[in-house]
Design a protein around this ligand. Structure first.
Ligand code: G6P
Length: 608
């Protein structure tokens, strides 16, 4: 979603802003822009194209202080006039992430006060509001604070003024923002990856913080207006981890990084001889002893991880588990249970609905909370009592891949720890599962060998309009994830069904133009699944079966078999995800879509 970069330095900051925007492209955007202070004037460049286009357009732009933005449209269509930065009276420029809820009222007041609006955005009210306070003789800091006090909603903002050549004001409430500390230069950004080019010294801002930066120093004020110190942390993100290297797309790179990502996520556990609740935090043992059920809240791919976990948790740990889409839970009346463990799952830790759902759950009097997240400093991690960090490394492709499989690994650990704490795991079983987890990265690596086969198979999908994914039990959510991947990046309409539901509707759709993709692990439901597949074949449907080696489903006319290297028992969903990711990727390549930045989608959905 929208991204912010800002820099105040003793050198031209335009290349820094552009490189930062490039590194934020993955968040998803539809327009981009920047503004610099140049000799007492604001010079603004905007584009509805890619950052590369903005780079061309700003070839002659220079300035020592500037702010820049990638926009993902919420109020107003994607267009140059709606692109940020927004400027008031040629004097104040603002970039903003988030949503201002009372912008209509403010817009009428400001229009009546003589402020002409040149965009349809909610952001423009911020620029005019700051200008109004600034024109009354306040400093830029005071004017910004006064403007923020009038806003209802969520924001991260960066502000500059034409007559403040060495100053940026920034603030956050409800949207992420951090500072980068350099040598005689300072920066702001929505996420660390934008700043690795210039610094690793990072200050994560807290809710309500307002900051004044010059090239030499920065002062942070908390929501009460008190000057505060916030720790400077050294980011351990490597530059390579956000670079494409030899791969054609980030999605391809991230699919291939899964063995390592799984190994990293499981490292501490696999190196030990037994599982302990402490991996979820100091209070985990006491919390787990007090809970009687689990509620998992998440969005998108992370929600699918939760759906898999429900099968594990009820089966192995014998604990009741519900899974709900965060945007539904936050707005419905539910019956709170203070003994329920609320588990939020999120790659980014920023997703607005998941964050709101967590806050809602807490407000209902449910104190036991656990975040499974890939970003250590994120809001969700900070808001939860317990946490388990997936260590997938930065995920740039909008379609989530390695974040998902590492979430599954983390959720399997949760299952085992809870099973153990409820005396449902013998020492022998514990050792056996630990051994299977140790083997998981190597098993994932073997699945990647299917890539050339899947690339060939994908050619048969490129002209299709629809696809049906079938799975049963643990693999039904994997069918859902496969369908989501295909629709996200190839724009082929795809649906997933539990195979047992086939006869209750979707069978009516099956004909030779509707490919049916089935996940057929060698588990207890295999024979039932085989009957479902016969039902498809009998209607002339073309079947693509991802089968384990010993399932004895044979390749005949109309049935294409992709043989998985081995059956992984309870961990099978993790391995079966990988070929479906590859399938979506190669179909998208065939169709020539923008794989890493699919149309209309964003990586971090920081607005409702
Ligand atoms: C967006 C992304 C998805 C992701 C979902 C939830 O829709 O495009 O890939 O699964 O948000 O994001 P989270 O960061 O909370 O896992």
């Amino acid at each position: 979603m929208c991204g912010i970069v800002g820099a105040v330095a003793l050198r031209n900051v335009v290349p820094i802003l552009l490189e930062g925007l490039k590194r934020l492209e993955y968040r998803g955007y539809d327009s981009a822009g920047l503004v610099v202070v140049d000799d007492g004037h604001l010079t603004r460049v905007r584009s509805t194209g890619r950052v590369a286009d903005l780079t061309e357009r700003s070839a002659t732009t220079t300035g020592y202080t500037g702010i820049a933005h990638t926009r993902w449209a919420t109020h107003g269509i994607p267009s140059e006039r709606n692109a940020h930065p927004h400027v008031s009276k040629g004097q104040i420029a603002v970039v903003h992430n988030g949503i201002i809820e009372n912008y209509e009222v403010l817009r009428s007041t400001l229009t009546a006060a003589g402020y002409p609006f040149s965009s349809d955005t909610d952001t423009e009210v911020i620029a005019h509001l700051i200008h109004r306070h600034y024109a009354r003789g306040n400093s830029l800091l005071v004017a910004t604070r006064a403007a923020l006090a009038e806003l209802v909603g969520a924001y991260a903002i960066g502000v500059i003024a034409s007559d403040c050549p060495d100053q940026i004001i920034c603030a956050r409430r409800g949207s992420p923002l951090l500072l980068g500390v350099g040598v005689a230069e300072n920066f702001i950004a929505s996420d660390v990856s934008a700043l690795l080019q210039v610094t690793r010294q990072i200050v994560y801002l807290e809710e309500g913080d307002v900051v004044e930066l010059t090239h030499q120093a920065y002062q942070i004020y908390d929501k009460q207006g008190n000057q505060v110190e916030r720790a400077v942390q050294t980011s351990e993100l490597s530059n390579e981890s956000v670079e494409l290297g030899l791969y054609q797309h980030y999605m391809q790179k991230e699919i291939h990084e899964q063995p390592q990502a799984l190994a990293n996520t499981l490292e501490s556990v696999c190196n030990s001889q037994s599982l302990v609740p402490g991996i979820f935090g100091a209070e985990a043992a006491a919390t787990f002893a007090d809970i009687d059920s689990i509620l998992i809240l998440a969005c998108g791919t992370s929600y699918h991880a939760g759906l898999v976990a429900r099968y594990w948790l009820e089966d192995l740990a014998g604990i009741r588990c519900n899974v709900e889409v965060a945007s539904e839970y936050r707005y419905r009346s539910s019956v709170p249970n203070p003994k329920q463990l609320i588990v939020v799952i999120s790659q980014s830790g920023e997703t607005a609905d998941t964050q709101a759902a967590l806050n809602h759950a807490k407000a209902l009097g449910q104190p036991h909370t656990l975040a499974i997240c890939n970003v250590p400093e994120s809001a969700l991690v900070r808001l939860s009592k317990l946490r388990l960090l997936t260590r997938a490394g930065p995920e740039i492709g909008v379609a989530s891949t390695k974040a998902f499989t590492t979430q599954l690994a983390a959720l399997f650990l949760l299952t085992l720890v809870l099973a153990k704490s409820r005396d449902r795991l013998s020492v022998r079983q514990e050792q056996q599962y630990l051994q299977e987890l140790r083997h998981l990265p190597a098993a994932a690596q073997k699945v990647l060998d299917l890539e050339p086969l899947i690339a060939t198979l994908a050619t048969q999908f490129a002209d299709k309009q629809h696809a049906l994914f079938l799975g049963r039990g643990l693999h039904y959510p994997i069918a859902m994830e496969g369908a989501l991947k295909l629709k996200e990046i190839s724009y082929i309409h795809a649906e997933a069904y539990p195979a047992g539901e086939l006869k209750h509707g979707p069978l009516a759709l099956v004909d030779k133009d509707m490919p049916v993709i089935s996940i057929a692990p060698n588990d207890a439901l295999l024979e039932k699944l085989k009957s479902n597949l016969q039902e498809v074949r009998a209607r002339g449907g073309e079947l693509y079966v991802f089968a384990d080696a010993d399932t004895h489903i044979h390749e005949v006319d109309g049935i294409h078999i992709m043989q998985m290297p081995e059956h992984a028992g309870y961990l099978s969903p993790i391995l079966h995800t990988i070929p479906l990711q590859l399938l979506a990727y190669y179909v998208a390549l065939q169709k020539g879509t923008d794989v890493d930045k699919p149309r209309n989608l964003a990586k971090s959905v920081t607005v409702e």
